[in-house]
Write a new protein. Sequence first.
Length: 111
Amino acid sequence: MGDQEADIERIRECARSLKRIHDTFQKRSNPADGYGTGELGSQLLLDTFDTFGGNWKIHRKKLTEELRSLHGMTKAAADAYEKIDHELAEALRRSDGQAREEKRAGKQAGT
């Protein structure tokens, strides 16, 4: 057995953070939506935001897919570590119980 230690709660927090970031990315659109030249002060600036918005939609979709994937992987890792930890603890409890029973049986046979 190695000396590796997994901080399951930290992995779970990472998964929750990735989920929050994913949800935020999914909801965000062009930051200039709903504004015109009156609010932004320039048609050039409005056009720049429109270009950015088109590119952002493309990149946002890719980023949200990657964030969803990372969220799934980190959540699965935390679940797997926790399951293994519980299984190992149960196996150790069973082993300890068997050792105690064998010790008692040995003492009774010797008396």
